[in-house]
Write a protein of this length. Structure first.
Length: 117
C-alpha cells in the first residue's frame, strides 16, 4: 500500500507537492536569487546581462546561479562564447505572480526589526 498524502479542501497543497515547493522556497529565500529569477521570468539571459540588470557582482550572480541550477529551478545552455540561463521550473513564475498579488504584504513587519520582550 502506497503512503501518499492527498490534498484536502482546507489544504492548498497536496502532500506530494510539499517537499518540492519547500525546496523551491528555500532556493528563493535570498534577495539575490529572487532578483535573478525575476529577471529570468522575462526570458533567457547571460551572466553579463544578469549582472547588468540586477546590479549584482559577477561572482555573486555565478554563486546564486549554481544554487538555482542545483535546485532545478534554472537551466543553462552553451552557445560559445556565452552560457545562457533560463527558468527550468515554470511553477516559479506562478509562485511569484501569487506573491505579487498578496494583499497587505507591505504591512508585514520585518522580523529583523522585532524587539525582544
Amino acid at each position: 500500500m502506497k503512503n501518499v498524502i492527498e490534498r484536502t479542501d482546507r489544504e492548498p497543497l497536496a502532500g506530494t507537492d510539499i517537499e518540492r515547493f519547500a525546496d523551491i522556497l528555500k532556493a528563493l529565500a535570498s534577495p539575490a536569487r529572487l532578483r535573478i529569477v525575476n529577471i529570468l521570468a522575462g526570458g533567457e539571459r547571460t551572466v553579463t546581462e544578469l549582472c547588468s540588470m540586477s546590479r549584482l557582482k559577477q561572482s555573486l550572480v555565478s554563486q546564486q546561479l549554481k544554487i538555482l541550477r542545483l535546485s532545478n529551478i534554472v537551466s543553462s545552455r552553451k552557445a560559445v562564447p556565452h552560457v545562457y540561463y533560463s527558468l527550468k521550473e515554470r511553477n516559479v513564475i506562478r509562485m511569484l505572480n501569487c506573491l505579487s498579488r498578496c494583499e497587505g504584504i507591505d504591512n508585514v513587519p520585518d522580523p529583523r526589526n522585532a524587539k525582544e520582550a
